[in-house]
Design a protein around this ligand. Structure first.
Ligand code: PGA
Length: 248
């Protein structure tokens, strides 16, 4: 028992040094509850810069990585490179990677497998689109995405699953606590049936999609919501309130 609450900030393609310094300032000022694991997803170019300035209670994460250690893949970075600069996390399968850059379930799964084999911790993102939810396919879609990833994972210790309904990302349209809890519970049941009871009990399943200081506390009350992956609000001082959503 005792899944440690996990809050990630996904900066996406935002922030040049001046703005990044502002974010680092409010992260340094905190306060950050010791009961929360905090990770920020940084544009690759700034990973080392940010890593060296973050308070020790906050870890840096890459936002993507390719499925092999090195080679002729112009523009890509590998888990080996991320590790080489002392960064331990990578976000994979984010809806923008899937839907803007066309990453399929299989590629996401290969990336997850390689990142884990390389020793990184992975935030594996899944979530349905609006038309899929409206067609009653939410469960089928997230189970399909989980299945693709799960069949390539041997050890779940370093995996956080982020459930991010695509219709809630960057739209201001947060899932209600009940909507999020329903999917989180089903995902946990899926893990129990298809992986193991222990993995279902211990794996953090975090919610993402228009999380703000105003809605985080209510979401954090839900039994199967073990934290958040936060986009827009992670660039602002209110991120501190989101980090502490469960703690105070
Ligand atoms: P949002 O983004 O909080 O801006 O909706 C969440 C995400 O994409 O991870």
């Amino acid at each position: 028992m005792g899944r440690k609450f996990w809050v990630g900030g996904n900066w996406k393609m935002n922030g040049v040094k001046k703005e990044i310094d502002g974010i680092i300032n409010f992260l340094q000022a905190g306060p950050i509850s010791p009961d929360v694991e905090v990770v920020v997803g940084v544009p690759a170019l700034y990973l080392e810069y940010v890593k060296n300035k973050l308070p020790c209670s906050v870890a840096a994460s890459a936002q993507n990585a390719y499925k092999v250690p090195k080679g002729a893949f112009t523009g890509e970075i590998s888990p080996a490179m991320i590790q080489d600069i002392g960064v331990c996390w990578v976000i994979l399968g984010h809806s923008e990677r899937r839907n803007v850059f066309g990453e399929c379930d299989e590629l996401v799964a290969e990336k997850v497998a390689h990142a884990l084999e390389s020793g990184l911790c992975v935030v594996a993102c899944i979530g349905e689109k609006l038309e899929e939810r409206e067609a009653g396919q939410t469960e089928a879609v997230v189970f399909r995405q989980m299945e693709a990833i799960a069949c390539k994972i041997c050890d779940w210790t370093n995996v956080v699953v982020a459930y991010e309904p695509v219709w809630a990302i960057g739209t201001g349209k947060t899932a209600t606590p009940q909507q999020a809890q329903d999917v989180h519970r089903k995902l946990r049941e899926w893990l129990c049936t298809n992986v193991s009871e222990c993995v279902a009990e211990t794996t953090r399943i975090v919610y993402g999609g228009s999380v703000t200081a105003a809605n985080c506390k209510e979401l954090a009350q839900e039994e199967d919501i073990d934290g958040f992956l936060v986009g827009g609000a992670s660039l602002k001082p209110e991120f501190i309130q989101i980090i502490n959503a469960k703690a105070c």
